[in-house]
Design a protein around this ligand. Structure first.
Ligand code: 13P
Length: 249
């Protein structure tokens, strides 16, 4: 059975006080949620305070990025070891904003995925095509390549600690969600590819989340699809009540 996961990526938003206040409210209203995993991914500055607030709750904490090295002269970076120290459970890797705004490539992302695994961190590994790539019929080539290169040398055992998020770049922060059928097509493609890389049993155990303008009014249709196992939510995760509507869908 695959886990249903609703994760909130807060991106570069919220002070420490605002983050704590959001999770205090979220913790209260979602205390009885048992059938799905809830994850919040605040900015680095809020991680410790949020993790402390969520200790022994049913909500997990994730970071939004990390460096692949353990330590060293990497000004401005944070390692997996440091994240474990907080502690956090998850780390988002290869988010489209990391790929397109900060120029992260597949090779670098692969190093991060392997470093997260080496340190016992679960990762939310993101893939997705741009509008130009979709319109020129390259969607499957692009996401196939991102999956193959990003998960290179990841073992069958370790892939169980990786959640995949399909986030079409054109749907992120645009209010333009992929149609459920469009998303399902991409998810099924990724699932089949995982089956080829690993095996069907392993592929069927990996949760694949959809991300890109997920809101309370479109989550139901998306999650109803066989291969959509949850959502990675940006803007709509910044308000506890709105995020909760998505969680309980
Ligand atoms: P939005 O939900 O704001 O479109 O962001 C999606 C996203 O990038 C989550 O990682």
């Amino acid at each position: 059975m695959r886990k249903t996961i609703i994760a909130g990526n807060w991106k570069m938003n919220k002070t420490i006080a605002e983050s704590v206040s959001l999770v205090k409210e979220l913790k209260k209203i979602s205390a009885d949620v048992r059938n799905r995993e809830i994850i919040v991914c605040p900015a680095f500055t809020s991680l410790s305070a949020v993790a402390a607030e969520l200790k022994s709750s049913n909500i997990k904490v994730g970071a939004q990025n990390m460096h692949f090295e353990k330590n060293g002269a990497f000004t401005g970076e944070i390692s997996a070891l440091m994240l474990k120290d907080i502690p956090v459970d998850y780390v988002i890797l290869g988010h489209s904003e990391r790929r397109h705004v900060f120029g992260e490539g597949d090779e670098l992302i692969n190093k991060k995925v392997k470093a997260a695994l080496l340190n016992g961190l679960n990762s939310i590994f993101c893939v997705g095509e741009t509008l130009k790539e979709r319109e020129s019929g390259k969607t499957k080539d692009v996401i196939g390549n991102q999956v193959l290169k990003g998960l290179k040398d990841v073992s069958k055992k370790d892939i169980r600690k990786v959640v995949i998020a399909y986030e079409p770049v054109w749907a992120i922060g645009t209010g333009k969600t992929a149609a459920p059928e469009q998303a399902e097509e991409a998810h099924l493609f990724i699932r089949k590819l995982l089956g080829k890389i690993f095996d069907d049993n392993t592929s069927n155990s990996v949760s694949i989340l959809y991300g890109g303008s997920v809101k309370p009014d479109n989550i139901k249709e998306l999650i109803a699809k066989e291969n959509i196992d949850g959502a990675l939510v940006g803007g709509a995760s910044l308000d506890a009540k709105i995020f909760y509507q998505i969680i309980k869908c």
